[in-house]
Design a protein around this ligand. Sequence first.
Ligand code: GLU
Length: 453
Amino acid sequence: MSTITRFAPSPTGRLHVGNIRTALHNWMLARRAGGRFILRIDDTDAERSREEYVAAIKADLAWLGLDWDHEERQSSRLERYQTAFAALQATGRIYPCYESAQELEVKRKIQLGRGLPPIYDRAALKLTETERAAKEAEGIAPHWRFLLDHDEPIAWEDGIRGMQKFDPAQLSDPVIRRADGSWLYMMPSTVDDIDMGVTQVLRGEDHVSNTAVQIQIFTALHAAGFAAASPAANSLPSFAHEALLVGREGKLSKRLGSLGCDAFRERGIEPESIIALLARLGTSQPVEPIADRAALIATFDLASFGRAPAKFDEEDLDRLNAAIVHQLPFDAVKERLPAGMDEAGWHAVRPNLARVDDAAEWWRLVTGPIEPPEFTSEDRAYLAEAARLLAWGDNPWASLTEALKQVSGRKGRALFLPLRQALTGMDHGPDMAELLPLIGEGEARARLARAAA
Ligand code: GLU
């Protein structure tokens, strides 16, 4: 069976670095296996879901280069959830509840006050037919819970965390449907994973206890004959839960919760840098400036993930970004370069950049105007000599400095610095051997002569 993964964002906000990482890893799992990657929009919460977030999520994934093979929307699958619900109801795995939010809160507080875990007490399950009828006569519409099977221990071999075991009696029967008929996350996600033939569910460890519940929902749906014809009819996907991302200080960080593609773009971070970092962060493999996705995909391995929270540090990202920028080919950046900058120009300035946008600043050294410093009379004489000796050939910088070395006896800094300053107005910058041909013979001679005057 070929690998099918999914990324299932709720369109209630923009993507942040944590869910970008989940998307990336699911994409890599699918690409590595030559399988399929599904984008599933979890938009059952009509009040909080927004079309503009759906568009933004897709735009961000596209910017990152995470292409999806198929898109699904939960809001267009409501009938299917109704069918699953009916199947579970028919097998006695769903029951109506009438407690208000306040009543539930009071129960919770009492349990906590007694030092007990706040597990739902199943009071609604014990209601008689008459009591239920009375609630409904009062105008109370029920919400619905899934009845966990307390006799069936829950266990799975997690792709990252190893063997996981849950005692279902320690979990509350989850509410799967609200009183207004709308769906909560738990059941639709399971129905989708069955219908879409998802073979691997990879998500954050905040979902571990959801997995325990969903394994029982999977099993109950299978037992109810739901989707008996589907290819994955009676098998469960494999599950893996990754440790969460934390900030540099090692704590869950509010900032990470809002750090997304816009902020990265503004900071001059390339998609390839984000991919290179997030592909390896939290694994035993080194984070390296690998701009070639195929290489990252080929080495992606769930077994290399650790269980400790992965530390995300924006300064690491900046460093990685500089190293990635230094490798980017002209074709990948040409639309973002200053007018007139050609491949040779890109190659000359690239090693000096921390971000592609800085190319414009260095390109000004070529196009001018430049502002050279005041030179001593000795340096002026030296630069006048340079203007005379400048000759255009294969490597004008090498021949100029060689000739000047002979006639002036200068070497090192005294030989190079006044030339760099006169030609670029700066004390440091791109390799002069690459820059000089770009400045051009006439302009270079004029700059040297001006500095010598
Ligand atoms: N919409 C859910 C979330 O964003 C999906 C979780 C899952 O991967 O099943 O948390």
